[in-house]
Design a protein around this ligand. Structure first.
Ligand code: NAD
Ligand code: MG
Length: 394
């Protein structure tokens, strides 16, 4: 029986993973080791009972008594706190879903890789923050990382059986997010509610705002560089409002392989769960005659400064990814709290990069976890200062 763990089980990707595991037979088919969540202990406990998990862990320590009550008599162990989540990654499991949001997913993912597990990686922030470290850890321990981000799953599938040396370009598709059709001058005053109205994908709150600002795509450009052996200038971004093509790979003979499907994360989660095989998945089938047309347009870099910043980050290398991600997380917190405007988020990130780089550049890509955590910590402080300065000017 295959054993699994889900980190970030109560989130959007976590729920979709739970859904696929449950449909595939739940505890009859899989042995569930660890399920983790943030504060939603009622849902975490419900999932842990349904899958008969070995342990349920919530990130918020103040939620432990409630989790213990909710799982009383179930035989499921309980724990709380960041250290307990990381410890849960030491428990043997064949397949581990990394679906915590933000850099908080880094340490649990790294711990799972150190034990040689297969890591289904939705947590793109860990790859942007610490790509070379994660890849080196996976290689050193014979672990495999399977992409779950829909674009990277699409690329991974388009590359199956291909030689990466024959790849000319990778084209990431972007929906453009909730504010895609707004006039540029109006963006500065966009509210959280407006930025959350995503046209195609139902996702967690943070990634939905990141889609509107294209910070999500900027993270994904860097993520592409970490996963696949291509140069930054081989990675392109195209706006594709229908979100039916999940990404494309162009080869040196001019052929382009595209991955299509409904905008449903169970495509890529299911692919990672069943890899290297394909299994039937409960996703909608596309009716091409009804869809009739697909549209594309080039992104305007003035409108989406994040897409310009990710290029700078790739040329700086080293700890720039950690600084980029952490300052973006703080900028997003400040936007969600109503402290800074929508377009200010890029300003916070740009200012933080300018203040901390280039002294954080490393000679090589060999980075330790301590280097990364220090860069992440410093970037959060500097980004907080930059946000405060911007808020004072509003
Ligand atoms: P979400 O906000 O819906 O869920 C996040 C999960 O992490 C929840 O279980 C939450 O309780 C937990 N969590 C939050 N903060 C935590 C912390 N500090 N420590 C431990 N646990 C914490 O997010 P999501 O949309 O499911 O996204 C999860 C990850 O997958 C992100 O990295 C996101 O970028 C990526 N991703 C999501 C989608 C999507 O469709 N939602 C698509 C591609 C990639
Ligand atoms: Mg994506």
């Amino acid at each position: 029986m295959r054993s699994i763990s889900i980190f970030g089980a109560t989130g959007s990707v976590g729920e979709s993973t739970f859904d696929l595991i449950s449909r595939a037979g739940g505890p009859q088919t899989f042995r569930t080791v660890a399920l983790t969540g943030g504060r939603n202990v009622a849902r975490l406990a419900e999932m842990a009972r349904a899958l008969r998990a070995e342990v349920a862990v919530c990130a918020d320590e103040s939620c432990l008594p409630a989790l213990r009550d909710a799982l009383a008599g179930s035989g499921v162990e309980v724990a709380a706190g960041d250290a307990a989540i990381a410890d849960a990654a030491d428990r043997p499991a064949d397949w581990v879903m990394s679906a915590i949001v933000g850099a908080a997913g880094l340490v649990p993912g790294l711990r799972a890789l150190r034990h040689g597990r297969t890591l289904a990686l939705a947590n793109k922030e860990s790859l942007v923050t610490a790509g070379p470290l994660l890849m080196a850890t996976a290689a050193a321990h014979g672990a495999r990382i399977l992409p779950v981000d829909s674009e990277h799953s699409a690329i991974f599938q388009a590359l199956a059986g291909e030689d990466i040396a024959a790849v000319e370009r990778i084209i990431l598709t972007a929906s453009g997010g909730a504010l895609r059709d707004w006039p540029m001058e109006a963006l500065a005053n966009a509210t959280v509610k407006e930025a959350l109205a995503h046209p195609n994908w139902a996702m967690g709150q943070r990634i939905t705002i990141d889609s509107a600002s294209m910070f999500n795509k900027a993270l994904e450009v860097i993520e592409t560089r970490e996963y696949f052996d291509v140069r930054p200038d081989q990675i392109e971004v195209i706006i594709h409002p229908e979100s039916l093509i999940h990404s494309l790979v162009g080869f040196q003979d001019g052929a382009i392989m595209a991955h299509m499907g409904a905008p449903d994360m169970r495509h890529s989660i299911g692919y990672a769960l069943n890899w290297p095989e394909r299994a039937a998945l409960p996703v909608a089938r596309l009716d091409l005659a009804q869809i009739a047309t697909l549209s594309f347009r080039a992104p305007d870099l003035n409108r989406y400064p994040a897409l310009r910043l990710c290029r700078d980050v790739m040329s700086m290398r080293g700890l720039a990814g950690a600084v980029f991600n952490a300052s973006k997380e703080i900028a997003l917190d400040q936007f969600l709290a109503g402290q800074i405007g929508f377009m200010d988020m890029a300003g916070v990130v740009e200012t933080t990069l300018a203040r901390l780089m280039p002294e954080m550049c490393l000679e090589t890509d060999v980075m330790t976890l301590e280097d990364i955590l220090r860069a992440d910590h410093l970037a959060r402080i500097r980004a907080g200062e930059a946000a405060t300065a911007l808020a004072a000017r509003r």
